[in-house]
Design a protein around this ligand. Structure first.
Ligand SMILES: CC(C)(COP(=O)(O)OP(=O)(O)OC[C@H]1O[C@@H](n2cnc3c(N)ncnc32)[C@H](O)[C@@H]1OP(=O)(O)O)[C@@H](O)C(=O)NCCC(=O)NCCS
Length: 181
């Protein structure tokens, strides 16, 4: 079994975002952006506020004994100007691979925030683990997500490990290519 990845997630910022390791005190600010039904066109939605709280508490608690080979980084995204909740980031480490995902409330789309958040996360991962391979899986109809990946150093690949946790049959798979930097 691959050993879990030990480096803790850090706080940071981009031009438009402040970024914090997800904590219980962030959840209230994320309800508005992340219970937005538009966010879940291609992703399993949260049923209601209570299930969103429970979900956030579970990801903050981490993989624990259920997934002993995994490490989870979860971050909350905030608008740097207003402090409002914008969305969240996740990175799932298993062995020498990590999968990334990003979700922003729809009122924040089309401002470059998705790209800023993804770039920040990729930089953090590369500093923490320079040799790791960085993957993303996307529903084939999720064009905004595919554009964000293609603009930010990822390429679609057809050969990928069967250990990707977020892969559903039919998904497109993207791999970060450091040479495109
Ligand atoms: C995918 C997602 C994160 C994209 O976020 P975003 O913040 O809108 O992404 P960006 O702003 O970086 O790029 C999107 C568009 O904004 C444009 N844009 C980039 N910078 C901009 C700026 N400064 N001002 C205005 N527009 C800008 C881009 O050109 C791009 O345009 P296009 O979509 O017409 O090609 C967002 O749509 C989302 O959260 N979707 C729901 C959840 C999801 O599906 N997540 C992915 C699967 S894990």
């Amino acid at each position: 079994m691959p050993r879990p990845f030990r480096i803790l997630p850090r706080a940071g910022s981009t031009d438009q975002l402040s970024i914090e390791p997800l904590a219980a005190e962030h959840i209230a600010k994320l309800i508005d952006p992340l219970l937005d039904p538009k966010v879940y066109q291609w992703i399993e939605p949260h049923r209601d506020e209570a299930s969103f709280w429970a979900f956030c508490e579970a990801i903050i608690a981490g993989p624990g004994d259920r997934f002993p080979d995994q490490t989870w980084w979860n971050h909350a995204l905030f608008d740097r100007v207003s402090g409002a909740g914008v969305g969240r980031l996740e990175a799932t480490f298993i062995g020498d691979q990590v999968e990334v995902a990003y979700l922003l409330g729809s009122r924040w789309w089309h401002r470059g925030m998705g790209s800023e958040a993804l770039n920040w996360l990729v930089d953090e991962i590369r500093q923490a683990a320079p040799e790791i391979t960085i993957w993303a899986t996307v529903h084939p109809e999720n064009e905004p997500s595919q554009r964000v990946l293609l603009r930010n150093g990822f390429s679609e690949v057809h050969d990928f490990p069967d250990t990707l946790r977020s892969y559903d049959p039919g998904d497109l798979v993207y791999l970060f290519d450091a040479k495109q930097d």
